[in-house]
Design a protein around this ligand. Structure first.
Ligand code: SF4
Length: 83
């Protein structure tokens, strides 16, 4: 489970984040390229755009389910939205 206390500093603010257990496999960026990408320093992946639509949330959740290290958190600010 992702740890909100270990979220990378360069995630965009909001409930979705990647924590420091990311192994840079690029799965999330492949599944949800509108929301995840490699960090500028190429050290980890980040959430660079929070989802705002049902489609965006579906893509983010798919990426979170597929992440091999469970590094993607969906409730970093305790604001997990309902569908
Ligand atoms: S899927 Fe998980 S481990 Fe892979 S790049 Fe994304 S956050 Fe990192």
């Amino acid at each position: 489970m992702a740890d909100p206390a270990a979220r990378w500093h360069d995630n965009v603010p909001g409930p979705v984040y990647i924590d420091d257990s990311c192994i840079i496999c690029s799965m999330c960026a492949d599944l949800a390229p509108e929301h995840f990408r490699m960090s500028d320093d190429e050290d980890h992946d980040i959430c660079y755009r929070q989802p705002t639509t049902p489609e965006g949330w579906a893509a983010v959740r798919e990426a979170a389910d597929a992440c091999p290290t469970e590094s993607i958190g969906l409730d970093g600010q305790g604001t997990r939205p309902t569908r």
